[in-house]
Design a protein around this ligand. Structure first.
Ligand code: NAD
Length: 487
């Protein structure tokens, strides 16, 4: 055990979140109670209730889709593109202004460490609105269906219409921004459903949208569970579905929209390989491995959940990793010193436990640093499995938790074969000093994003999306516009 500094607790005040006892749906520019039951959202760090959230029913879905259609056919559809952009800039600035409130609220609702919601989730959400605000009046230069040469730009491509957007709980506000910002920049209107366990920041975003004075119906936010998602997917008035979530639900949505004429993009699960070659700077690589799998408690679709390490340095990397993990602070997500927060829900915790137990049962070696976790709440200490074989469930299935499976390789070919030996294909990481090796590996890895000597970097200008069972379509960057344009 390496010595660590002992810090006094430094919790962010939960008053900043301006938590209210109840939250309503946002339909046609107004807040209202939904026709469904109300949902209790809880703080996963201590299991105490945070607020009651009104759930949408079929009537609310119908009203939201009708309002979105009226806005698309009316004021929003007729608005000059430069004016649309101004609304997006306004939303971006308001997210920044209410950044601390949103960060604390996100941490309370999700369980992620405050330093992540404060430094990653909320600033990146604002950055998405800023980035796509800039595109709103430049779509004819985006190069869809024509030249990317500004001198020979064609007419601006047309929006699709009403987009139904369904998101999961791991980056609640950030994923709402990923979905809403490009859709609006292209001139669409939206009906968005946040996840049932983390609806709060999306509903505060609805307040921001109302204060930004967007025409009613341009953005509608419906809280609720799977049945609300199904109603959005099935609705005749929806032109496009954008879904982020699990591969199983993604497949069921693909079946549901088949032959309906609805456009579809799917951002699904992952089982990324983080590949460390013997010439890599080990200390930096260890930081990248830790960030890759313990950021957001590993509840990240592109998490580096499989470490592929070259055999000649495997012992050294494993020892360095154990030393580093022994310094991670697990605990109160509102404490600014916390590195690893709470798991989002009891159901997710049960899944992580079940898969980790299978790792031991199948013969892998389990290790975790000694650390105390709070008595109440959903906690899982950072865990590393060595002696993992590619056939083990922990090497094949997405755990979506702070669990790393370590495999070894001898040659670049073997690394590629093992990295690509997965049903998924969302992301990968390569750690080496050789630039030529980075390029060669990136060309052969079947992953939508390949990070070199870094991991889990999110930038609104960079496209993000998967191969195989990780889905199709790209979000972010110029590519992210295509999903919302009739091209
Ligand atoms: P999930 O698929 O269970 O739920 C995601 C959303 O879909 C929620 O809002 C849920 O209410 C809704 N939903 C559930 N069933 C539905 C149905 N039949 N029809 C319509 N909507 C339905 O996923 P989850 O457990 O909340 O999230 C974790 C998953 O999300 C992981 O697999 C992760 O990899 C994936 N994810 C992917 C990305 C990406 O960009 N590729 C990003 C974040 C998370």
């Amino acid at each position: 055990m390496v010595p660590t500094f002992e810090y006094a607790p430094a919790p962010e005040s939960r008053d900043i979140a301006r938590l209210r006892p109840s939250y309503q749906l946002f339909v046609d520019g107004a807040f209202r109670d939904g026709a469904g039951e109300s949902i209790k959202t809880i703080n996963p760090a201590d299991e105490t209730p945070l607020a009651e959230v009104s759930e949408a029913g079929q009537r609310d879905v119908d009203d939201a889709v009708a309002a979105a259609r009226r806005a698309f056919d009316g004021p929003w559809g007729r608005m000059p593109a430069a004016e649309r952009g101004k609304y997006l800039f306004r939303i971006a600035r308001a997210i920044q202004e209410r950044g601390r409130e949103l960060a604390v609220l996100e941490t309370l609702d999700n369980g992620k460490p405050i330093k992540e919601s404060r430094d990653v989730d909320i600033p990146t959400a604002a950055a998405h609105f800023f980035y796509y605000a800039g595109w709103a009046d430049k779509l004819e230069f985006a190069g869809f269906g024509g030249s990317r040469d500004p001198a020979s730009a064609g007419p601006a491509p047309r929006p699709i219409g009403v987009a139904g957007q369904i998101i999961p709980w791991n980056f609640p506000l950030l994923l709402a921004a990923w979905k809403i910002a490009p859709a609006l920049a292209c001139g669409n209107t939206v009906v968005l459903k946040p996840a049932e366990t983390t609806p709060l920041t999306a509903l505060v975003l609805a307040e921001i949208i109302a204060e930004a004075d967007l025409p009613p119906g341009v953005v509608n936010i419906l809280a609720g569970g799977a049945s609300v998602g199904e109603a959005i997917v099935a609705h005749d008035g929806i032109d496009k579905i954008a879904f982020t979530g699990s591969t199983d639900v993604g497949k069921s949505i693909q079946r549901a929209v088949a032959a309906s004429g609805k456009k579809l993009t799917l951002e699904l699960g992952g089982k990324a390989a983080n590949i460390v070659f013997e010439d890599a700077p080990i200390d930096q690589a260890v930081e990248g491995i830790v960030n890759g799998i313990f950021f957001n408690q590993g509840q990240v679709c592109c998490a580096g959940s499989r470490l592929l390490v070259q055999e000649s340095i495997a012992d050294e990397v494993e020892a360095a990793l154990q030393r580093r993990l022994s310094t991670l602070r697990v605990g109160d997500p509102l404490d600014k010193n916390t590195d690893v927060g709470a798991i989002n829900s009891a159901a997710q915790l049960a899944r992580i436990r079940e898969l980790s137990d299978s790792g031991e049962a199948e013969g892998a070696t389990r290790w975790s640093p000694a650390c105390d976790v709070p008595e109440r709440g959903y906690w899982f200490v950072p865990t590393v499995f060595t002696n993992v074989s590619p056939a083990h469930r922990i090497a094949r299935e997405e755990i979506f938790g702070p669990v790393l499976s370590v495999l070894t390789f001898r040659t670049p070919d073997e690394a590629i074969e093992k990295a690509n030996n997965t049903a998924y294909g969302l992301s990968a990481g390569v750690w080496t000093e050789k630039g030529s090796r980075i390029l060669a590996m990136a060309n052969r890895l079947r992953a939508g994003v390949v990070w070199a000597n870094t991991f889990n970097r999110f930038d609104p200008t960079a496209p993000f999306g998967g191969y195989k069972e990780s889905g199709f379509g790209r979000e972010g960057g110029r590519h992210g516009l295509e999903a919302y344009l009739d091209v």
